[in-house]
Design a protein around this ligand. Structure first.
Ligand code: FAQ
Length: 313
């Protein structure tokens, strides 16, 4: 057996691949792409919700939202650390984000216009994220799989708080009910796009399934999500904005309408309503942090020199 065959055998035997193990270069590059994109999504994903921290309607809601946004920062950090084990530096990953070489999830290029959007993000966006991430707890690369275990626990709290927020609005005044329905209308289709292109238009799925980086295809996960949300929306007494959404007894799944893939393409090309705002915010944070990085490096250098002097004296 050559290296490639031994590697595939390990994957087939469900043995985790660890950073120092031999791996095909394309496996390493695929993981760097996916994990760094995932990390960037967590960090950029803090922005739409962070926008509402000062305007949360009660102290309880504010503390929940702060905790959630802080969790997303933590997720980003675990994921950057997991990607670093593959031999890429954090600075390089940030550079790729800032120059547009690395993507982040399309969903975070949509604006949060009302308070109900915070509920819709929790319920729909975190709901989609969990469905995608639970199988990633069993992904073939050890550090990524282990990071996902804690991330999923926190995401499940995120989804529940979003649902509870919308449930409260759905039982409120007419204006609150309308705000709730409007947020669902705006976030539904973009949340379906989070799962990526259809399988026949997904260049990476087949190889990632063979390497067990992905355990389900984009379309399989999207269908699971639709089946779950189509039931949950009934509890909210709201509607999903899809006239074609209908239970199919033969398939034992919900049928659904056409996704606007042109909109997805435009968002990925940088033409979504918030792309520029999101990237500008990240670039500004990087520039504003320059003095902290310089101070930390100077301190580390000084410590290293002190240690050397102590050793030689
Ligand atoms: N947005 O061949 P595929 C969260 C790109 S975390 C932008 O199917 P793959 C938590 C894809 O990169 C949300 N780009 O690719 C939170 C590829 O481009 P490339 C993030 C997308 O990798 C909640 C090209 O299209 N989650 O929400 C998207 O096999 C609330 C072709 O696609 C993850 O990243 C998209 N939606 O499958 C935080 C999970 N979809 O790089 C704050 C891990 C596809 O070749 C608040 N990632 N693309 O130029 C994955 O599971 C996979 O990477 C997929 C895409 C499923 C996203």
């Amino acid at each position: 057996m050559n290296f490639e065959e031994k590697f595939q055998q390990k994957i087939d035997d469900e043995i985790k691949i660890e950073p120092k193990d031999w791996m095909p270069e394309k496996y390493r590059q695929t993981l760097i792409r996916q994990i760094s994109q995932h990390a960037h999504s967590e960090i950029v994903g803090m922005l739409p919700e962070g926008n509402w921290i000062t305007r949360a309607p009660s102290l309880r809601r504010k503390t929940i939202l702060i905790a959630k946004v802080q969790d997303e920062a933590g997720h980003g950090l675990y994921l950057y650390s997991a990607a670093e084990t593959l031999g890429i530096s954090r600075d390089e990953m940030y550079h790729q984000l800032h120059t547009g070489k690395a993507k982040y999830s399309s969903i975070f290029n949509y604006p949060t216009l009302t308070w109900a959007d915070i509920g819709a993000i929790g319920w729909l966006v975190d709901g989609a994220a969990i469905l995608n991430q639970i199988p990633l707890c069993r992904t073939s690369f050890g550090p990524y799989a282990r990071a996902m275990v804690r991330v999923c626990k926190e995401e499940s709290f995120h989804q529940r708080q979003g649902f509870e927020l919308l449930l409260t609005l759905s039982k409120g005044t007419e204006a609150q009910k309308e705000m709730c329905q409007d947020a669902i209308n705006r976030w539904w289709w973009p949340s379906l796009m989070m799962f990526g292109p259809n399988d026949d238009a997904s260049p990476n799925t087949a190889q990632s399934m063979q390497w067990k980086i992905k355990r389900f295809t984009n379309d399989e996960l999207r269908q699971k999500f639709i089946d779950m949300i189509a039931e949950q929306v009934k509890v909210l007494n709201m509607q999903l904005p899809d006239a074609d959404l209908k239970w199919n007894e033969e398939r034992k799944h919900y049928d659904f309408g056409k996704i606007n893939w042109e909109e997805f393409k435009q968002v990925l090309a940088g033409n979504g309503s918030c792309n520029k705002q999101r990237l500008d915010a990240r670039k500004k944070a990087w520039a504003d942090g320059a003095w902290v990085r310089e101070a930390a490096s100077a301190y580390a250098e000084k410590k290293a020199v002190d240690k050397l002097i102590c050793k030689t004296v």
